[in-house]
Design a protein. Sequence first.
Length: 95
Amino acid sequence: MLETAELLRSHGLVVDTALVFLDREQGGKKNLAKCGVNAHCVTNIGSLVRVLKDAGRLSGELSQRLISFTNNVKSSMEGEEKCLFIFDFLNSVLF
């Protein structure tokens, strides 16, 4: 998202706000703020995991593993790789 903001800014556009569907709670919102972009999130990974657990779509163990993963992976994967991993994980749980 930061790369997109910079590209748009390089063309003279003002980028100060972003709408994010899923905040992975891995520091992205803070990083955007440091670059002058205020992120508004529809939901976050913690809320999504709670809803899926309450709906019986995630076991307690699986929900804990996902939260643990998002907390521990901050430095070991890069942005797009993290996003794809979480998307694939949720896709396998939901469908």
